[in-house]
Design a protein around this ligand. Structure first.
Ligand code: C2G
Length: 133
């Protein structure tokens, strides 16, 4: 049976930290599904909309060779349903989420991978703002 891996994220202003987590997630199995946080989910979590709209974020992630399937993540509260629906064997997240998804250990393996150092969407947005001054 192929091993099915799943991960979730916004992937706004796509950068090398995103590439790294997706390629490492892919390398843990045979099939990688990625849940893309919707614009509304982001607004409810972070109080702002992403720079790239959800259709573009989804298309960028879908275009990667390491990604088999994408879908929209509409709510954090539906995580268990998403894991079951996509028959996930392994849930992968960056270690900024460490411990947050341990409750799903009853239906899949939960793996937290180290984040890529020194890069984030927030820092990129900040650098662009400062460059415009
Ligand atoms: N990431 C990383 N290294 C970075 C930046 C991000 O490994 N330098 C990882 C994060 O840890 C996460 C993934 O890339 O696993 C996506 O990050 P975000 O787009 O910031 O996702 P987030 O808004 O945290 O949404 O249900 C969970 C949410 O959808 C996660």
């Amino acid at each position: 049976m192929p091993t099915r891996v799943i991960t979730f994220g916004t992937f706004d202003v796509f950068h090398v930290g995103h590439v790294n987590i997706l390629t490492r997630a892919h390398d843990l199995g045979d099939h990688l599904t990625v849940g893309i946080s919707t614009d509304e989910l982001n607004f409810s979590k972070k109080g702002r909309y992403p720079i790239y709209r959800q259709e573009h974020r989804l298309e960028i992630v879908r275009s990667l060779d390491c990604v088999s399937e994408v879908f929209y993540e509409h709510s954090l509260d539906l995580k268990r349903e998403y894991l079951l629906e996509h028959r996930a064997d392994i849930l992968v997240m960056g270690d900024d989420w460490k411990g947050r998804f341990d409750e799903f250990g009853d239906i899949c393996e939960v793996v937290y991978l180290p984040r890529t150092a020194d890069i984030s969407t927030t820092d990129i947005i900040q650098a662009i703002r400062e460059a415009e001054l």
